[in-house]
Design a binder for this molecule. Structure first.
Ligand code: SAM
Length: 210
């Protein structure tokens, strides 16, 4: 059977899925809100969340825009099960790899991804997939923790040694560069802290050509 993501990621989130929302409640609510503050969303948008996890961002959008069209993909069936329980049939959820989306091209107005980039073994491929599925003039917004902050650099070093699911974090310039190299126009490039430990970044980019 084709693997959706490396075993350590699936094992990590199979284990974490039931405690994830509670354990990471501050981090997730802050990172989702900071992302949504930085990207314009229309009630008629078709939104794709890559690495949607337990569906917190999709749920926040559903509460704001009752008729918005929501799709989430994730490599963990257990995380998606939690998302499905929260969202019901109001969102389309799909077990898939960020690096190989089973979705047709130009099908979305907005593609978002929060706190998942540091797991992707082939991030350039994942960004190319984001670009493929967003429509011309549509937006891509990527948020992740950022290695420009020394606290995040230390955490990255520790996780690289002790956590097989973790891959690597990026500086703001590296993250923005990935989107630019995929042929996207940068619209908003920011790093910010949500508390003493977590320094995040959000890069919003526009697909200017087909
Ligand atoms: C830290 S959680 C973030 C979940 C959610 N976006 C949030 O902000 O709460 C990372 C998620 O990325 C997913 N993930 C990791 N690698 C992936 C990949 N290659 N393709 C799809 N999902 C992936 C994991 O299964 C997990 O649910």
């Amino acid at each position: 059977m084709r693997q959706i993501a490396p075993d350590p990621i699936r094992a990590e989130y199979a284990r974490l899925s039931h405690q994830y929302d509670h354990r990471w409640s501050f981090y997730v609510s802050q990172s989702v809100e900071e992302t949504l503050r930085r990207v314009p969303v229309q009630p008629s948008d078709r939104v794709l969340d890559i690495g949607c996890g337990t569906g917190t961002l999709l749920q926040a959008l559903r509460q704001r825009y009752p008729y918005i069209a929501l799709t989430g993909i994730d490599a963990s069936a257990e995380m998606l099960a939690v998302a499905a329980a929260k969202l019901g049939p109001s969102a389309r959820l799909c077990l898939a790899s960020a690096q190989r989306l089973p979705l047709r091209g130009e099908a979305f107005d907005l593609v978002v991804s929060t706190s998942a980039l540091h797991y992707f073994r082939d991030p350039a491929r994942a960004v190319a997939e984001m670009r493929r599925v967003v429509r011309p003039q549509g937006r891509i917004a990527v948020t992740d923790w950022c290695r420009d902050f020394w606290t995040c650099r230390l955490l990255d070093q520790a996780l690289r040694r002790f956590n097989a699911a973790h891959y690597r974090t990026y500086t703001l310039a590296q993250c923005a560069g990935m989107l630019q190299q995929a042929g996207l126009r940068l619209e908003r490039v920011e790093r910010y802290k949500i508390d003493w430990l977590w320094g995040l970044m959000t890069v919003v980019a526009v697909k200017t050509s087909a």
